[in-house]
Design a protein around this ligand. Structure first.
Ligand code: N2P
Length: 363
């Protein structure tokens, strides 16, 4: 039976006293629903280092804390495009590979792809990767669209007539413009990475027409809401939606959740472990990163959270059902349509933030 994450906030072991200074504590800030809980206890058992573990569901939340400095964190997990500009801002220290002997477990092809965000892989190690697509309640789709409808296009959420049919059972979008505007552009036949204001205006105009059909924007709530029938469609992250499917199955509530990578294409992203320049305990941080890329540890994480890792040596310990799932490990023909995000300059960022506020607030 698949073990399920039951909480979004995991505290492995309470830190004993002044956490920032204590030599035997590593302060980890990671995405919610993104680790096999037992790995934290196993790390402490193996190293004697206590884990003080906190979670977020947005790169913006993490970035604000990184740019403010003195976050007190030793290991954080930004997505590639955010990592890239945070490296430029001097937020991370170079990794000492002598302290990461498990580096040889990493898949060179994936690390090469990740070097687009971090030249020479000097500051970060891929933790997990995945796609952003559409999660849906199979029965709700059958009822509204008929037996033959296949969820394989962004039309499912961007066509106002289709979206309107699901307004009653609930559509959720990630609260993240980097995850919603690019597929909207792509659906309109435009470059998903376009920073042209006229292109983005078109995408926003389209999103405004479907806005009345949306229940909410949030980047973690949709997992449990899909699983318990509170919503029926979500634009979300691959593994999160597969975790929702597993939770529903585990609950035996008759809800079937599926994940689709739309044929027009999707965002392929990499979440990377890095050590802030002012980390209180960089040695423990290296030990934590090293532990996370152990073959057994990485496999346990992937089996649990349903995201692929970058540890080639872990594959033999990953469940066959996970390894052979094309929504987790997309085949080459699906990957051909993927895009990968790049950081924006601050002028573009401000323009997009302004447009996104219009979408979010509906005014
Ligand atoms: C985990 C979501 C991580 C994916 N809940 C974001 N890149």
């Amino acid at each position: 039976m698949r073990k399920l994450l039951s909480t979004t906030l995991l505290v492995a072991t309470a830190a004993t006293g002044g956490l920032a200074q204590a030599q035997n504590v590593v302060n980890v800030y990671n995405w919610s629903d993104y680790i096999a809980e037992e790995n934290l206890a196993a790390f402490t058992e193996q190293t004697g280092i206590t884990v003080n573990y906190d979670v977020y569901d947005s790169n913006d939340t993490l970035e604000a804390r990184m740019l403010a400095g003195s976050s007190g964190f030793d290991v954080v997990v930004p997505t590639g495009n955010y990592l890239q500009r945070q490296i430029s801002a001097g937020v991370y220290q170079p990794l000492n590979r002598d302290l990461i002997p498990n580096w040889s477990n990493l898949d060179p092809r994936l690390m090469e792809l990740a070097s687009a965000f971090d030249e020479g892989n000097e500051h970060a190690v891929v933790y997990m990767w995945g796609t952003t697509g559409i999660g849906y309640n199979v029965e709700a789709v059958r009822e509204r669209m008929g037996d033959d409808y296949v969820v394989d296009s962004w039309a499912m959420v961007f066509d106002p007539e289709i979206a309107a049919k699901f307004a009653d059972c609930g559509i959720a979008f990630l609260d993240d413009h980097t995850e919603i505007l690019p597929p909207a552009l792509r659906y309109l036949g435009l470059d998903p990475l376009s920073t042209d204001e006229a292109d983005l205006e078109q995408a926003v105009a389209m999103l405004e027409t479907i806005r009345p059909s949306l229940r909410y924007f949030h980047s973690s709530q949709y997992i449990s809401d899909l699983a318990n029938g509170e919503i029926c469609v979500a634009v979300g992250w691959s593994g999160d939606i597969l975790q929702a499917a597993a939770r529903a199955e585990e609950a035996g509530n008759g809800i079937e959740i599926a994940y689709s990578i739309p044929k027009e294409g999707a965002n392929l992203w990499f979440d990377m472990m890095a050590i802030p320049s002012d980390a209180p305990n960089p040695e423990a941080a290296h030990a934590f990163i090293n532990f996370m890329i152990d073959a057994h540890v990485a496999a346990a994480n992937t089996n649990y959270i349903q995201y692929p890792n970058a540890v080639a040596a872990s594959n033999e310990f990953i469940d066959e059902a996970v390894l052979s799932d094309p929504t987790i490990y997309p085949p080459a023909e699906t990957q051909a349509n993927f895009w990968t995000l790049r950081p924006h300059d601050s002028r573009t960022d401000r323009m997009i933030t302004r447009l996104w506020t219009r979408v979010r607030t509906g005014q």
